[in-house]
Ligand binder design. Structure first.
Ligand SMILES: [Zn+2]
Length: 221
């Protein structure tokens, strides 16, 4: 049977070779097999995974339910994230995961309170939109889209793009890639191996999700 043996050896060699080739085809900056770069992972870490010792925080299921019947602009505002993420995140406007309501506050344009479990699953997010949008760049449509970004996992404020704290800008390419990457990974995915260097972080990941963390973020006037 030496011929069979040789054939098997060649087969194994070919398999190893094709695997090696496949793992090299990830493209440019490295960091995953979908064209995401180390910089994309670092951005995801800074505005999301940093809050759970390097594990992703997102809604477990899409489409995400939105209850915003009082807002004529809600569908268009939320769907900006669907377009930006190439459909990675999407919404069901008959659902109730994210309730959106009006507020009489005059100290901020919009406010989101978001909670997630220590397993990386967002368990609730409530959005309040100020009736008075005086001093809020882009008014209700932009404030809705900005708060939607928080409610689906952008935990903080960027220096530019839609998630800058003062508004007036559209979703940046970096923010679009953030959302696409976040919703292409399972909740609680450890991304620390993709960061290029070690980072300090808060929150303790635990796969049972026994602890709930809450953050309130507002878009100030
Ligand atoms: Zn904000």
């Amino acid at each position: 049977m030496p011929e069979n043996h040789l054939r098997r050896m060649v087969m194994i060699l070919l398999m190893v070779l094709s695997l090696a080739l496949a793992s090299c085809s990830g493209g440019g900056g490295g960091g995953g097999d979908s064209g995401f770069t180390t910089a994309d992972y670092q951005f995801l870490y800074t505005y999301n995974a940093k809050n759970l010792s390097g594990h992703t925080i997102r809604w477990a299921n899409v489409p995400i339910g939105v209850s915003a019947g009082a807002f004529a602009d809600a569908r268009t505002a939320f769907n900006r994230w669907t377009t930006a993420s190439d459909g990675a995140v999407s919404f069901n406007f008959g659902g109730s995961n994210i309730p959106v309501s009006w507020s009489s506050s005059t100290s901020w344009c919009g406010l989101t309170t978001i909670s997630w479990s220590s397993a990386g699953r967002i368990v609730s997010a409530r959005i309040s939109i100020a009736r008075s949008q005086a001093g809020c760049s882009g008014g209700v449509p932009d404030t809705l889209a900005h708060e939607a970004g928080h409610a689906i996992g952008f935990l903080g404020h960027d220096a530019s793009g839609l998630m800058n704290p003062f508004g007036g800008q559209d979703i940046s390419d970096q923010e679009a890639r953030f959302m696409k990457l976040l919703y292409s990974l399972a909740p609680g995915t450890d991304i620390t191996g993709e960061l290029g260097k070690s980072r300090s972080s808060g929150g303790t990941y635990d796969k049972t999700g026994s602890t709930i963390h809450t953050m309130t973020i507002s878009r100030s006037k």
